[in-house]
Write a protein that binds this ligand. Structure first.
Ligand code: SF4
Length: 65
């Protein structure tokens, strides 16, 4: 499967990550850990680097997503 680098469109602020802007690798990595990619989270929440599904659900349930 071709997984092109999306460059500047990547919303993740953890820019030193080897998977930065490589959506397929990013998704594969976080899925393997039971997490979601940074781009699923609102801007301020993304900066916490907490990618857990529990955190995402908390944000959703509190109306922040
Ligand atoms: S969301 Fe995770 S894997 Fe994806 S670029 Fe950011 S730190 Fe890397």
């Amino acid at each position: 499967m071709n997984c092109d680098n999306i460059g500047n469109e990547c919303a993740c602020t953890y820019s030193s990550c080897a998977n930065h802007a490589k959506c397929c690798e990013c998704l594969r990595y976080h899925r393997s850990k039971g997490e979601l990619p940074g781009c699923y989270f609102p801007k301020e929440a993304e900066k916490t680097y907490n990618r857990s599904i529990a955190y995402f659900v908390d944000l959703y349930n509190s109306g922040k997503i």
